[in-house]
Design a protein around this ligand. Structure first.
Ligand SMILES: [Zn+2]
Length: 400
């Protein structure tokens, strides 16, 4: 017996707009930036009024006002109406997430810093036509369909990445619900010199090519700060930084996809240390690349495991690096160095990261296996009850 369920899958294709299309897309981006900032200002003004006079415009209110606004501003009217309303829906989502304390407040969109996408949310207004995408008002966009679409196409988003353009198409795909898999189980400890270590005894090294790119990135960033502000050479140096950033992101994503796919294939349950999401939002700049890598890794593992009926479990990480996986004794002295662990109580020896992974595995086994989705809250609760202070990790420079 199996049931069919609908899932959303995104497909991303490189598109090659003509020069005229690029010019129009750039004009649209300016118009959307204006619309976003105007709508955000309207919301902020509503919030600033005295308590009993506060009025929060909903996405619905703001979409209704679009008609009048577009009649007055022809350059805004050039952007397809659906694309404008979708932007207001996205702003509303960002606003709600902020109120639910899931994210920071939505920011002003600034030219040169923020890239806006154009989302056509209704499947009837755009279509895939052979190896072309037809987008309202733009017409035909030459597209490289490097893999076939699956299921029913729903939305299409055009977005710039540096000087390259992409179309992201979200489809509804019918898949059979996978049987529940509750094993084998593996725990992964986040490493410092390495990307991580598994309780099976494997070390996962950071990819070499990514480390090389990170060095090049730092070099290129220094070059920008040496150039005179507003000069042509500074612009060129900035473009180089943007290109290396894109390369770093792609190399990192490739590595994370490969690792998470491998683990989700070979294991039914993967245990990770509890991610401190609130702390990550506050975040330190120097660690942002490392944190982004690890939280993306967790996210990929979560959905890839869900596809195959497995689950991701998060356990508290407190003192996992000082706990012996053989006898459970907690002592800071057991951690001899960054990589060596020797228990002061029973003499057990192991690589420090491998030992920590085994500790995480033991914690997951002890707490039982919470169902997917509840794992995070369950882990959060148990940490509060124990009342441990999580020791701060040293700064990571070479990690992802
Ligand atoms: Zn021991």
């Amino acid at each position: 017996m199996f049931r069919l369920v609908l899932v959303s899958k995104a497909f991303r294709y490189r598109v090659y707009p003509t020069q005229e299309q690029v010019a129009r897309l750039n004009a649209w981006e300016s118009a959307l930036r204006f619309l976003w900032n105007l709508a955000l200002e309207q919301r902020k003004l509503g919030l600033a009024r005295p308590r009993d006079e506060r009025r929060y415009p909903t996405a619905f209110d703001q979409i209704n006002e679009l008609t009048e606004l577009r009649a007055a501003l022809p350059w805004l009217a050039d952007v397809p109406r659906n694309v404008c309303s979708q932007l207001l829906v996205e702003l509303d989502r960002a606003w709600q997430r902020c109120f639910a304390r899931l994210a920071r407040a939505p920011r002003w969109k600034r030219k040169g810093r923020d890239v806006l996408g154009f989302t056509e949310p209704h499947p009837k207004t755009w279509r895939v036509d052979g190896s072309n995408v037809r987008f309202p008002k733009l017409g035909t966009l030459r597209t490289v369909m490097h893999r076939p679409l699956e299921g029913k196409p729903k939305t299409c988003t055009l977005k710039r990445d540096g000087e390259q353009w992409f179309a992201a198409i979200v489809c509804e795909v019918e898949v059979s619900e996978p049987a529940v898999r509750d094993g084998p189980i593996v725990a992964i400890d986040r490493g410092i010199a390495n990307f991580g270590a598994t309780s099976d005894g494997d070390m996962i090294a950071n990819p070499r090519n990514l480390e090389a790119s990170l060095e090049r990135l730092a070099h290129a960033q220094r070059a920008v700060s040496r150039r005179k502000k507003g000069s042509k050479n500074r612009e060129k140096a900035k473009l180089r930084v943007a290109r290396i950033h894109r390369k770093v992101r792609r190399q990192r994503d490739h590595f994370l996809h490969a690792q998470s796919a491998r683990l989700a294939k070979s294991h039914g349950v993967v245990v990770l240390e509890n991610l401190n999401v609130a702390g990550m939002i506050r975040g330190h700049c120097s660690r942002s690349i490392a944190d982004a890598g690890w939280s993306r890794f967790a996210e990929m593992l979560r959905y890839k495991l869900a596809w195959s009926g497995g689950s991701l479990v998060e356990v508290p990480a407190a003192y996992s690096s000082q706990t012996c996986s053989a006898c459970g004794c907690v002592d800071a002295m057991s951690r001899r160095s960054q990589s060596a662990f020797r228990c002061t109580s029973c003499g057990y020896q192991d690589h420090a990261d491998l030992n920590a992974a085994k500790v995480l595995l033991a914690r997951a086994n002890r707490s039982g296996k919470p169902a997917d989705g509840t794992a995070l809250e369950a882990a959060g609760r148990s940490r509060k009850r124990v009342g441990l202070r999580v020791p701060r990790r040293p700064l990571e420079s070479s990690a992802l």
